[in-house]
Design a protein around this ligand. Structure first.
Ligand code: BJW
Length: 260
């Protein structure tokens, strides 16, 4: 794209979206930042400031100290319950409504895309690549639960087998569920436009998705105020907060003003 790569919303992108391309979007923690949810690598506050998230989000940490890891997720669950989807999330719902084939892959576990309304229209799809903090699963039987018994002793135990319950999320060293992996790969391979929004593009296998899209000749757009390993390769870089630039994009492409 040469010299105008960093221009704010180039006409080429606006025109391309008006042609109704097959579109895939990968989001990361940055899209929820403007909802007040700290990004994964941001310092945690208060009690949690002394812990490294990269060490807590592992099966080894849970094995060593299940109460500590459960407590961290409990704190984050409360935090996301108090948060609301922001204009960035809402703009992606508009894109899903306007585009006939739109796949949204999120690395976020906070459920904010779903709460905004994503993945709920014909032709739309929401793939939770790293799970969802509002579900738990039993470490013994992998039984997934949306509700679980509150117990004095944390973490709670599986009502069926008595095994410990853990959040139904993907930790470092664990595999992404096959169905999510397949859906994301298909989206990256078949799309004509790929957006990478608010992700550091370092955690695999999600970090490979925009590069797979590039290999398959998709037009790749990055939305992130900070550079990432994808930045030098993206066709368009929009170095701004997602909550500013995505509403502007839907306004310019479809004339839709977001007043949420
Ligand atoms: C804004 C903004 C605004 C701020 N607007 N933007 C190949 C090479 C090297 C390592 C590996 C490899 N393959 C596998 C690995 C190991 C590992 C890995 O990738 N490690 C890296 C650290 C190098 N991957 C795995 O272990 C994965 N499993 C796997 O590959 O299985 C196969 C296998 C198994 C065993 C052996 C070998 C292979 C699993 C990864 C699971 C990641 N899970 C987590 C935790 C989920 C639960 C939880 O949240 O607690 O997922 S880790 C964490 O990182 C979380 C996130 O979803 C994920 C990505 O983070 P994200 O979204 O990028 O957040 P941040 O905070 O890093 O960045 C925020 C960005 O937003 C920044 O860029 C800001 O600038 C930007 N931003 N405000 C727009 N307003």
């Amino acid at each position: 794209m040469g010299a105008n790569k960093h221009a704010v919303i180039p006409g080429a992108l606006i025109n391309l979206l008006r042609e109704d391309p097959i579109t895939a979007v990968l989001t990361g923690a940055g899209i929820s930042a403007e909802s007040g949810v700290p990004t994964f690598r941001e310092a945690q506050t208060g009690l949690w400031a002394q812990f490294d998230p990269q060490e807590l989000a592992t099966p080894q940490a849970f094995q060593k100290d299940p109460k500590l890891v459960w407590g961290w997720y409990q704190w984050r669950r409360e935090l996301v319950n108090q948060a609301a989807p922001n204009l960035g999330h809402h703009a992606l719902v508009v894109m899903e409504a306007q585009l006939q084939d739109f796949r949204l892959i999120t690395q976020n576990i906070d459920n904010l895309h779903y709460r905004a309304g994503s993945g709920q229209m014909p032709g739309g799809q929401l793939v939770e690549f790293h799970g969802n903090i509002h579900r738990t699963k039993c470490v013994e039987e992998n039984l997934v639960m949306n509700f679980w018994p509150e117990m004095e002793e944390m973490p709670p135990q599986c009502p069926r087998c008595g095994g410990l319950l853990r959040p139904d999320v993907v930790w470092f060293g664990e595999s992404v569920p096959e169905s999510a992996q397949n859906a994301a790969l298909e989206a990256a391979r078949t799309c004509q436009v790929f957006f990478s929004i608010g992700t550091s593009t370092v955690v695999e296998p999600a970090a490979s998705l925009p590069f797979i899209a590039l290999q398959n000749k998709a037009f790749v757009v990055e939305v992130n105020p900070e550079p990432t390993p994808l930045t030098p390769y993206a066709d368009v870089v929009l170095p701004q907060p997602a909550g500013n630039i995505l509403p502007e994009l839907v306004r310019l492409v479809w004339g839709i003003e977001l007043n949420v």
